[in-house]
Design a protein around this ligand. Sequence first.
Ligand SMILES: NC(=O)c1ccc[n+]([C@@H]2O[C@H](COP(=O)([O-])OP(=O)(O)OC[C@H]3O[C@@H](n4cnc5c(N)ncnc54)[C@H](OP(=O)(O)O)[C@@H]3O)[C@@H](O)[C@H]2O)c1
Length: 297
Amino acid sequence: MQAHKSPVTVIGLGPMGAKMAETFLKAGHPVTVWNRTASKADPIVAQGATPAATPAEALGAAELVVISQTHYQAMYDSIGDAIGALKGRVLVNLSSDTPEALRAASRWASGHGAELLTGGIMVPPPGIGQPGAFTFYSGPEPVLERHGATLKALSDTTYMGADPGLAMLYYQASLFMFWSAMSSYMHALAMLGSAGVAPEAVLPYAAGLYSDLASDGPMGYLKIITKEVSAGRYPGGDNSLYMQAVGADHLVEASRDAGVDTAYPKAIRDLFWRAVEMGHGGDGVGSVLEAMKKPAA
Ligand SMILES: NC(=O)c1ccc[n+]([C@@H]2O[C@H](COP(=O)([O-])OP(=O)(O)OC[C@H]3O[C@@H](n4cnc5c(N)ncnc54)[C@H](OP(=O)(O)O)[C@@H]3O)[C@@H](O)[C@H]2O)c1
């Protein structure tokens, strides 16, 4: 006979929250759901979840309250007058927002007798509950230890630290790496496409370049830059930043000539030149981080 699993409340039934509620149900947890647009609860209620008539009822149904909404403001809007029902609850908010918004929410929760665990979930809805899924968590570690077994139904739990903003910093930094890598590939496709090159012809070169970046070889720049940033020194060797800034000028001009938007290469070109102006022309490309740390006036 299956041991009784602890109850979970899920607030927010967009694509993510609905999939989370379904995953908890499949893992054997009694699930209570609430959503601003009540009709979105129907499919999950048909699978066995209990609909809460009000946010207060949702908060009263379980100690563990998992929230997945557009932003943290949605949590404040949802809880609204039910604020008195927060006492003793564990809120696990897996919505996107800024690290500062998460820190403020943590203080708000504490002020109302609740604990807040913040999270940045690193898979889209179909990945929830699947092997390889993971979530960056931050906030009070004992809370994660207490509810980790339940939360593992959604994904692996990767604890980043007590600062409640950390989960979102990792989440956004990861999204930025993902978006910028994808955007670079799309820009390359647009440039080469202007000369009639098919995307399939570009793919092998992109795949080789991106995997080389993570390698130990001479193009293994993830490790090279990590080492340089840790040491605070960026030896340029045969690849000076000045040479690469001039090359970035050529990239902007080539993009313009190809009829492709220049905003993205210009942003890179400008950062390169700002680092050169800061005295890093003879250093390596890793020194661009110094320009990033000192935003332009
Ligand atoms: N989808 C993904 O691939 C993915 C991946 C990782 C992380 N995330 C993050 O997960 C979160 C949820 O994403 P999602 O894809 O499910 O869709 P979403 O459009 O970001 O969120 C929809 C949910 O937020 C609710 N909501 C929005 N504003 C509200 C307000 N003022 N008051 C009350 N409820 C409000 C909606 O309620 P109504 O139904 O009433 O409109 C709905 O339940 C987001 O923060 C997103 O960034 C998403």
